[in-house]
Design a protein around this ligand. Sequence first.
Ligand code: HEC
Length: 128
Amino acid sequence: MKTSACLLLLGMSLPVLADTPQQILERLQVEAGAAASPERGKQLYLGKFGGGKTDSCSTCHTTNPRDAGRHARTNKVIEALAPSANRERFSDPEKVEKWFKRNCNEVLNRACTAREKSDFIAYLLTQR
Ligand code: HEC
């Protein structure tokens, strides 16, 4: 278990090495021109859409963002998406963009908007 003091130190040292989830979230909110909604993010995370190859984000990432999941087809383990459970999440903007693009296509059959991405991250940040 990480202590909050440890998290605080990490939060202070990370910006030098990489972005924080908050920084990525803030940029997306500016791009979207609106404040992110964790509630909408939750609907995106848990919703079943049926428009793409996989029904839901939670099919691979599980219904609890703090749990490790499994790829629906390859069965490979996927580490937890919530930054509170996996501090590498949302620290590399290129990785974040790459996977949003791939996975939104997988589930929604289209790219996610900046607003959807910011909602999604805002929801994950509420998972402690
Ligand atoms: C078919 C399985 C699958 C589905 C469905 C899926 N993902 Fe993923 N997701 C992955 C894999 C595989 C990775 C990359 C491996 C890793 O980072 O652990 C990943 C990583 C991510 C990342 C990277 C985060 C980071 O900073 O490391 C984001 C963002 C993401 N997914 C968002 C979504 C969203 C949004 C949805 C629903 C629209 C979704 N995923 C649905 C398999 C999936």
